[in-house]
Ligand binder design. Structure first.
Ligand SMILES: C[S@@+](CC[C@H](N)C(=O)[O-])C[C@H]1O[C@@H](n2cnc3c(N)ncnc32)[C@H](O)[C@@H]1O
Length: 313
C-alpha cells in the first residue's frame, strides 16, 4: 500500500495518444460518457478512470504535490526503487526529477526482447503541472509505459515493415513463438509477420489471397504458403496451430466471427489480430473483442488506424 503525506489515492486515469488518432480518442470518451481534460499535448486526464482503447498507454494514476525536484524524487523513492519518466508538460523539471532518480534513457529495443524479471513492478510518472506529479504502478504497457516502442530495424530481412507490429505485440505480451510452435499466419502476404515467426524457429503456414515474397522460401525450410480465405481456413490448417496471427485487411466484424471459432481450437495458445478500421471505428465491436476472456487490446506504436487484439489461453 502506498502511504504518503501528500499522496491522494484514486486520482483518476491518464491516456497517452497520438495526434492522428485524437478524434478516435475523443469520440470514444464521448461514447463512454467520460469527461477528459488535456494536460499535455498528447496526454489526457480523467477523474473517472475509464479504460479506453484508442490510446498508446492507459494508466490508473495517483497524485503527489511537491515543492522541489529533490522533494519529488524523495516522495517517488519512498514508493518504488525503479521509475520510468515518460515526458510531457514541464519536461525540463520532469527530467531533473528523472535524473535525481537516476533513470536511464531508453535505447532502441533489440528483438527478441527479454521480458522483465517477474516481480519487478512498473512505476512511471509524468507532471500535471510544476508542482503536481501523476504516477502509476500499473501502466497498461508495463515496461513500455507511455507506449513508445522503437526497435532496431531489420532492413534486409522482412519483405514489409508490418513486421514491426508483430515485434511490438510479442514484446508487450512477453512471449515469442519457438521451434515447437506451429504458426498460422492469415493475410500473411508479403510476409513480414511470417518472417518474424520463422526467424524465431517456428513452423509457419502462410495463408493469403495473394502470393508472398518468394525469397522467404529460400531462407526458411519450415515455411509453407496456401492460397485461400483467411477468414475461413480449412479445419486441417487450424487444427495444428498453436499461434494464430491475422493482419488481414478485412472488416473487424467478420474477423470477430472467425475469432470466436478459433478460441475453441484445443491447441491454440495465442492469437494476435490487427483490427483495421476505415472511417470512425465501431466502439461497441471493440468492446466485444475486449470482453473476450484472456484478451487485451493495444494501440501499438506501430499501428496505423488499427488496434491490436491479443489473446492468451
Ligand atoms: C497488411 S497485409 C498483411 C501484411 C503482412 N502481415 C506482412 O507482415 O507482410 C494484408 C493482407 O491481407 C490479405 N487479405 C485480406 N483479406 C483476406 C482474406 N479474407 N483471406 C486471406 N488474405 C486476406 C491481403 O491479400 C493482404 O496481403
Amino acid at each position: 500500500m502506498i502511504v504518503g503525506r501528500l499522496t491522494t489515492p484514486d486520482a483518476g486515469a491518464l491516456y497517452f495518444l497520438r495526434d492522428e488518432l485524437r478524434s478516435e480518442f475523443l469520440a470514444e470518451a464521448k461514447d463512454c460518457k467520460t469527461s477528459v481534460r488535456q494536460i499535455s499535448k498528447n496526454i489526457y486526464f480523467s477523474a473517472a478512470g475509464t479504460r479506453q482503447f484508442w490510446v498508446l498507454d492507459y494508466w490508473p494514476v495517483m497524485r503527489i504535490n511537491f515543492t522541489s525536484v529533490a522533494h519529488a524524487a524523495k516522495e517517488l523513492r519512498r514508493i518504488a526503487k525503479r521509475w520510468m519518466y515518460v515526458g510531457g508538460e514541464n519536461f525540463r523539471r520532469g527530467q531533473l526529477i528523472a535524473d535525481a532518480l537516476k533513470i536511464k534513457k531508453r535505447g532502441l529495443l533489440q528483438f527478441p526482447v527479454e521480458s522483465m524479471a517477474a516481480g519487478v513492478g512498473a512505476h512511471a510518472f509524468t507532471l500535471a503541472d510544476k508542482e503536481t506529479l501523476l504516477f502509476t504502478s500499473n501502466p497498461l504497457k508495463q515496461s513500455y509505459a507511455g507506449g513508445v516502442a522503437r526497435f532496431h530495424e531489420d532492413r534486409t530481412g522482412p519483405p514489409s515493415r508490418a513486421y514491426l507490429k508483430l515485434y511490438e505485440a510479442l514484446t508487450l505480451m512477453g512471449l515469442n513463438p519457438a521451434a515447437h510452435d506451429v504458426v498460422l499466419d492469415l493475410g500473411a502476404t508479403p510476409g513480414g509477420w511470417s518472417y518474424v515467426a520463422a526467424e524465431l524457429g517456428a513452423r509457419v503456414l502462410m495463408v493469403d489471397r495473394a502470393k508472398p515474397d518468394e525469397n522467404l522460401f529460400r531462407k526458411f525450410s519450415r515455411l509453407e504458403f496456401k492460397m485461400g480465405d483467411g477468414l475461413n481456413p480449412p479445419a486441417e490448417w487450424l487444427q495444428s496451430a498453436t499461434y494464430i496471427l491475422s493482419d488481414m485487411a478485412c472488416e473487424p466484424a467478420k474477423l470477430f466471427a472467425s475469432v470466436e471459432t478459433w478460441l475453441r481450437l484445443p491447441r491454440v495458445q495465442t492469437i494476435v489480430c490487427t483490427l483495421k478500421f476505415h472511417g470512425v471505428s465501431d466502439k461497441g465491436l471493440i468492446r466485444r473483442f475486449a470482453q473476450i476472456q484472456g484478451s487485451e487490446i493495444y494501440h501499438l506504436w506501430h499501428n496505423g488506424h488499427e488496434l491490436t487484439w491479443v489473446w492468451r489461453r
